[in-house]
Design a protein around this ligand. Structure first.
Ligand code: LMR
Length: 394
């Protein structure tokens, strides 16, 4: 049987990680995978996470199973973090998942189970794994225009024109904040227009929010998700704690499913539990417990939010410094978009050939679609990157 297996296409982001690791050049710069790094190139364990882990280690009496949807206290804490009080709690079913990817996968499976012919409209570009998992679960995807490669801002007219082609029951997948890979985001007026279109056409919304706190602040980054969730009848939200709690390898995510009527929540919850049971049974607990401990303890929560804010402001400064250096070297304002983008990424909008040239000639690693991880930069590497970009004629 195994001899009949065919090789699978490599994941672009993970393949790049491997290439970076193999590159012997000490001057290499990693702007690939979406992992936060400080100025020393380290992905630190956040202070509040360390403190919560110590507490758990001291107090935990059992490692027995918790529940198919994970600890309800985790769901409550995450619903509070993402949705605030935008939606009545009794309309929300939620299940812990292995990371944000787990939540995305469970959401797609839920859609496939209940509406196998629904088409899922995805931004062009989107996180490549969205498209890959959709194909794997057997759902059709339809790209909608999103990024204007001239202005490097959102092509809002194109997006709305493409979404207008969706039929009732089709799904619109939206990035709640910090769009991955482009870094270009809708403003709240544009979000309202998307909400109106969704309601007008009877579409189903799914939001992937993996970078809350990396853009404009914890509440600011959740504003669009809260607007959508409170203005439409039903939606799915895939949340992740990988980035904003820095607990990538603990695989800590959540899927929230909002029903129109509270009366539908128990059966929705039962379906989320069922899907967990089919795919991996009980979701991982450690990361979820760390997050719950932090969010429910005022001191730990304040310390976590303060450290996250330092991270956010640091990335914003790197954006400003890179844009300024590019302006200085190129004598043009065409890179101003880097300071306007938000989140961990900016897509600089060049060809795969030039991205490859930067890698080969300069040891600069960014994803082939010209997405760079801003957090991979520091004061020493900004001038190197800026010079390489300008020298390459980008
Ligand atoms: C990314 O986009 O680089 C991250 O979300 C990591 C991943 O799993 O792709």
């Amino acid at each position: 049987m195994l001899t009949n297996l065919k090789a699978q296409p490599a994941d672009k982001i993970l393949a790049l990680m491997a290439k970076f690791r193999e590159d012997p050049r000490p001057t290499k710069i990693d702007l690939g995978v979406g992992v936060y790094k400080n100025a020393e190139g380290v992905t630190p364990v956040m202070r509040a996470v360390k403190a919560a882990e110590k507490r758990i280690l001291g107090e935990q009496e059992s490692k027995s199973y918790v529940a198919l949807a994970g600890d309800p206290a985790y769901a409550d804490a995450m619903i509070g973090l993402v949705l605030g009080d935008a939606v009545a709690r009794d309309r929300i079913a939620a299940a812990a998942t292995p990371g944000g990817t787990g939540a995305v996968r469970q959401a797609f499976e839920l859609i496939k189970m209940v509406s196998p012919d629904a088409r899922v409209f995805v931004s062009n570009p989107t996180w490549p794994n969205h498209v890959s998992i959709l194909g794997y679960v057997g759902l059709e995807h339809v790209p909608y225009r999103y990024f204007d490669t001239e202005t490097r801002a959102v092509d809002f007219d194109g997006m709305m024109a493409d979404l207008a082609q969706a039929n009732a029951g089709d799904v619109v997948l939206l990035h709640g904040c910090c769009h991955n890979p482009t870094g270009a985001n809708l403003n709240l007026i544009q979000w309202q227009a998307v909400v109106d279109l969704i309601n007008e056409k009877g579409l189903f919304a799914m939001i992937d929010i993996a970078y809350q706190g990396f853009g404009d602040g914890l509440d600011e980054d959740a504003a669009a998700t809260r607007l959508v969730a409170s203005s439409i009848k039903e939606c799915l939200i895939a949340g992740s704690c990988s980035k904003n709690f820095g607990i990538y390898r603990e695989r800590t995510g959540i899927l929230m499913a909002i029903s129109e009527e509270a009366g539908n929540t128990p059966v929705t919850q039962q379906n989320l539990n069922y899907l967990n049971r089919q795919n991996y049974s009980f979701p991982p607990d450690h990361g979820a417990r760390v997050v719950t401990t932090i969010l429910n303890d005022p001191e730990l929560r304040a310390d976590w939010a303060a450290e996250l804010e330092e991270v956010r402001l640091g990335m914003l400064q790197l954006r400003k410094d890179l844009a300024a250096e590019l302006q200085r070297l190129s004598g043009s304002d065409r890179f101003g978009f880097i300071a306007e983008h938000r989140g961990m990424f900016s897509q600089i909008g060049t060809t795969p050939d030039l991205v490859e040239k930067l890698r080969v000639d300069n040891g600069i690693y960014m994803v082939g679609d010209s997405r760079m991880n801003i957090a991979g930069l520091n004061a020493q590497t900004i001038p190197i990157l800026a010079k390489a970009i300008v020298d390459a004629g980008i």
